[in-house]
Design a protein around this ligand. Structure first.
Ligand code: SIN
Length: 533
């Protein structure tokens, strides 16, 4: 049949988790198809600057200290067993990448150079200059593209999963593939014994983000529509320091700069972080982002500044070559002038409910990386724990998928071809653009760093109206990537708002001015598909 392909495993997403899992599975002899919305190396992982948080120097550091820092940042909402699992698997992940050929930066003694970032009480961030994600993806991508068992479909957008029963809530539910919009605009049916969602986060739900354009929460929305609940989706992390520049968008100014001694100041050169936390500019991210938001609102200024001028110029150029160059090209010489910065949406600490090994409650459906909620991050992710999670999960989810595949017969169910709507509408593009902008603006203004009951109610009411319009489009018109992404960001926005409404306290990344306290009972926020679909 036309547009129908078979694989053992379908992986949606080509960040660190998706590609590492693909390689692992292919080496076990499984046929893997990877679908990704743009080029294989466009992902949040590829943009990661900081590095991988893991204990390397056991003379001064320990697993217990890394666990404690993760729990402190996570404001008590972490799952301690999950935290232990990821922290203790860190050194193995580093060894694995070194064997693949990744060169992490070393110090003069030939040992791993360890960076420091906010919330870490020790230096433990293993990095490759200030382009760790880029280096990781470069090497893993090369191995993936050379592997005969892996097919990569670039510029393909997953639409929805296919389940054997067709009724996602039924007991014998089993995922057997997905419908995917091809680069030719046709909908393909990809049949697979198991599907791994490794689509990353949802930064594009917000007007300002450090994330690339592809992060529209597709995996979150697809998994939720398939029946997996989401956990703690109100915990959206805002990175405190994104470059504020009229021409350079979404450029992260790594926390590692503050780790090396960078200090936040206002436009008059005054420091302010001492008012908010004893760790000052190196306080956990939620506190720094909220402090900057507060300072900007009080002063009416468009940004604050990160002052690196007290550090040695040669050191800055050597330690942060990429950030240094991009700033300089934008007219900012960080040796002599402070860098203008603002907070922006960066990371989703919540996600699809899963075990640390990436299994979900739906047979045949697995998740890995930012799209998953494993319990590692709690109410606020510790810096550079994200690549740690992505790397460790990839290994274990591959084991789980291989085991599932060995025990499960291929499905005899032949899903029907996708039934495309046949009308195209001249107005479609403008309506999609209008709704895209509106969702992102609503989320930034009403569901951002500081929330209130009234803002959340307003945001939900607006989204309900849009949802109606978007659903009508979805069913009546041919699907396009823009429409699919709009449908997904709208659902993810709703999940964030509904989760935020359920949390009647302020904790970690979720700050509601109507509940400026922490409850004694610590609880995850769960939203199930049955509640809203
Ligand atoms: C950064 O380099 O500041 C980002 C790293 C992270 O998000 O953990």
């Amino acid at each position: 049949m036309k547009n129908r392909i078979h694989a053992d495993v379908l992986i949606v997403g080509s960040g660190l988790s998706g590609l590492s899992a693909a390689l692992n599975l292919a080496e076990r002899g499984l046929k893997v198809t990877v679908v990704t919305k743009e080029a294989i190396d466009v992902s949040n992982s590829a943009n990661a600057q900081g590095g991988i948080a893991t204990v390397s120097d056991f003379n001064v550091d320990s697993f217990e200290k890394h666990i404690q820092d993760t729990l402190t940042a996570g404001a008590g909402l972490n799952d301690i067993e999950a935290v232990r699992f990821f922290v203790e698997n860190g050194p193995d992940a580093i060894r694995h990448f070194e064997q693949l050929g990744i060169h992490f930066t070393e110090n003069e003694a030939g040992q791993l150079d360890l960076g420091r970032e906010g919330g870490h009480t020790e230096r433990r961030v293993v990095h490759a200059g200030d382009i760790t994600g880029f280096e990781l993806i470069k090497v893993v991508k090369k191995a993936v593209l050379l592997h005969p068992n892996i097919t990569v479909l670039e510029n393909h957008t997953a639409i929805d999963l296919i389940s054997e029963s067709k009724f996602f809530f039924s007991e014998d539910n089993r995922v057997v593939g997905a419908y995917v919009l091809s680069d030719r605009g046709e909908v393909m049916t990809i049949i697979a014994n198991s599907v791994l969602l490794a689509t990353g986060g949802c930064g594009k739900v917000y007007l300002y983000t450090s994330n690339p354009n592809v992060t529209t929460g597709d995996g979150l929305a697809i998994g939720f529509r398939a029946g997996v609940p989401v956990v703690n989706m109100e915990m959206i992390q805002f990175h405190p320091t994104i470059l504020y520049h009229e021409k350079i968008n979404s450029m992260l100014i790594s926390e590692a700069l503050r780790g090396e001694g960078g200090v936040l100041i206002d436009k008059h050169g005054n420091t302010f972080m001492e008012k908010y936390h004893p760790l000052k500019s190196l306080a956990p991210r939620d506190i720094v982002a909220r402090a900057i938001d507060h300072e900007m609102k009080m002063s009416g200024d468009d940004c604050v500044f990160l002052d690196m001028t007290k550090l040695d110029g040669d050191f800055l150029q050597k330690r942060f070559p990429n950030i240094f160059r991009i700033c300089l090209n934008g007219g900012i010489d960080m040796r002599t002038m402070p860098i203008p910065v603002v907070p922006a949406a960066h990371y989703s600490c919540g996600g699809l409910r899963s075990t640390p090994k990436g299994t979900t409650e739906i047979p045949g459906l697995f998740v890995s990386g930012e799209v998953a909620h494993t319990g590692l991050h709690g109410a606020n992710r510790l810096a550079s724990n994200s690549l740690l999670e992505a790397a460790v999960m990839a290994k274990y989810v591959a084991e789980e998928i291989a085991e599932y595949t060995s025990k499960t017969k291929p499905s005899s169910y032949e899903p029907p071809d996708w039934d495309s709507g046949n009308a195209e509408d001249e107005d479609e593009k403008i309506i999609i653009k209008q709704n895209w902008d509106e969702v992102r603006r609503i989320m930034w203004n009403y569901v951002g760093i500081v929330r209130s009951n009234k803002r959340l109610e307003r945001a939900l009411a607006r989204l309900e109206l849009m949802k109606h319009e978007i659903t009508e489009y979805y069913w009546n018109f041919k699907v396009s990537r823009d429409l699919l992404e709009l449908r997904n960001i709208t659902l993810v926005a709703e999940l964030i708002i509904r989760s935020a409404m359920k949390r009647k306290e302020s904790r970690g990344l979720h700050f509601n001015i109507d509940y400026q306290f922490k409850l004694d009972t610590i609880q995850n926020t769960v939203v199930t598909p049955a509640e809203i679909l």
